[in-house]
Write a protein that binds this ligand. Structure first.
Ligand code: GLU
Length: 441
């Protein structure tokens, strides 16, 4: 049974980078008819906030990424303590007392000598009295997992065959001096006990994965299949990490981005398949294949979301946008024709308001000097309301016959006089919606 999880730390709002991870795990689970767990990685009591837990849930719900259940690491601390005891009993866990400054110094020395900055395991050779003395002086040490110095290998679902020399990696700290359990072990215990079969996460976790594989093996668990997706960059290939704060899902929602636009882009960006707007989640699930993604950094341009949003909106029936149409001020009896006119001419639903204002108040006419007489003549020929879909055709035919104008010379001045713009909606659709024609005055 396929089980995946999305495991955000509730220390901030989730952004497009997190979404990529969430979506891939979600789609794998749904495609296989499996389970998708929302796991809240909240072992850090200082930085984890309840408001972010709520926000993460809201954002996922907005997108329709529904989870089968929620797990919280803060409620599973006893499980992690048990695993730590097991590693201790096995001789794979040792206490180390170096201060951050000491570690920093060691790293600098190693780098100066052209060596990789790997923890030198000095703590392994401490005698019991030395440890007691250090503990008395500095308090509890950190607990490090003793890696087996051999190659760690796995077939990565995106990166292909990976082989990492464990000797090039520092023994990971799994428990801090203050007793706080760190993600590396908590995640392993959860993935194992919750039967997680597939883990997709960012390629910044590749080294973690190597150490986690050894921890899973030491604890006698089954390794999930791992896949590491590339990290997102800005449109020019610049690092996105600093700007991700401005690419929070809630900001995109505020800007009017539609969920299907965002999901459609994210399900394909960085893969060998083209980005196409999908109609619904079922289509996304159907067309998803994690092995189609590549290792190269993936360029993300927030602007790409707007044409997709526009295209998605165009496809919607009035029922799906009725609230937004009403909120723009459109009276119920005009909602249907208004939506037919507006849907082709909006990028986001926020644009509806402007189109309704144009219908309600009329536009400031745009009339070139050489067209003044023509417009005056045309307005004379404008039939009395109410107008319908045929009015524009009937009217322009009459204007053409009277003035002799045709083509662009006929239509463009009329459009500009009625809408104040050079392009916009189909005039035949718009005319019956115009409550005021200011060019008439
Ligand atoms: N909380 C971790 C993170 O947000 C989860 C990583 C993982 O998927 O294992 O980076």
């Amino acid at each position: 049974m396929t089980t995946t999880r999305f495991a955000p730390s509730p220390t901030g709002y989730i952004h497009v980078g997190n979404l990529r991870t969430a979506l891939m795990n979600y789609l794998i689970a749904r495609k296989a008819g499996g389970t998708f767990i929302l796991r809240i990685d909240d072992t850090d009591p200082e930085r984890s906030k309840e408001e972010y837990v709520d926000a993460i849930k809201q954002d996922l719900e907005w997108l329709g990424l529904h989870w089968n259940r929620v797990e919280r690491q803060s409620e599973r601390l006893d499980r992690y303590a048990e695993a730590a005891d097991k590693l201790r009993a096995m001789g794979r866990f040792y206490e180390a007392f170096e201060t951050p400054t000491e570690l920093d110094l060691k790293r600098k020395k190693q780098l100066n000598m052209g060596k990789p900055p790997v923890y030198d395991r000095a703590a392994l050779s401490l005698s019991q009295p030395e440890k007691d003395a250090l503990r008395a002086e500095r308090g509890n040490g950190v607990w490090r997992f003793k890696l087996d110095h051999e190659r760690i290998e796995w077939a990565d679902g995106i990166l292909g065959d990976i082989s990492i020399d464990a000797a090039s990696v520092s023994d990971p700290v799994l428990i801090r001096g203050d007793g706080q359990v760190l993600y590396t072990i908590a995640s392993v215990v959860d993935d194992t006990e919750m039967g997680v079969t597939d883990v997709v996460r960012g390629s910044d976790h590749v080294t973690n994965t190597a150490t986690q594989i050894q921890i899973i093996e030491a604890l006698g668990g089954n390794c999930p299949r791992f896949a590491h997706h590339s990290l997102l960059t800005g449109p020019q290939g610049e690092a996105l990490s600093k700007r991700l704060g401005t690419l929070a899902l809630r900001d995109l929602r505020e800007q009017g981005v539609q969920p299907m636009a965002l999901l459609s882009l994210m399900a394909r960006l960085g893969s060998s398949d083209p980005v196409e707007l999908r109609a619904d989640m079922a289509e996304l699930i159907d067309g998803f294949d994690v092995t189609r993604f590549g290792a190269a950094p993936t360029k993300f341009d927030v602007q790409d979301l707007f044409p997709l949003t526009a295209k998605h909106l165009q496809s919607l029936p009035l029922a799906d946008v009725a609230d937004a149409v009403a909120a723009a001020g459109v009276p119920a009896d005009l909602a249907a024709p208004f939506w037919t006119m507006a849907r082709e001419n909006i990028t986001t639903l926020a644009d509806l308001k402007g189109w309704w204002e144009l219908c309600r108040d009329g536009a400031e006419p745009l009339i070139a000097d050489e067209d003044r007489a023509f417009i005056a003549q045309a307005i004379e020929l404008l039939p009395e309301g109410p107008y319908d879909g045929d009015t524009w055709g009937i009217w322009t035919k009459a204007v053409k016959e009277t003035t002799g104008r045709k083509g662009k010379g006929l239509f463009m001045p009329l459009r500009k006089a009625l809408t104040g713009m050079e392009r916009g909606p189909e005039m035949a659709t718009l005319l019956p919606l115009l409550q005021v024609i200011r060019a008439r005055a």
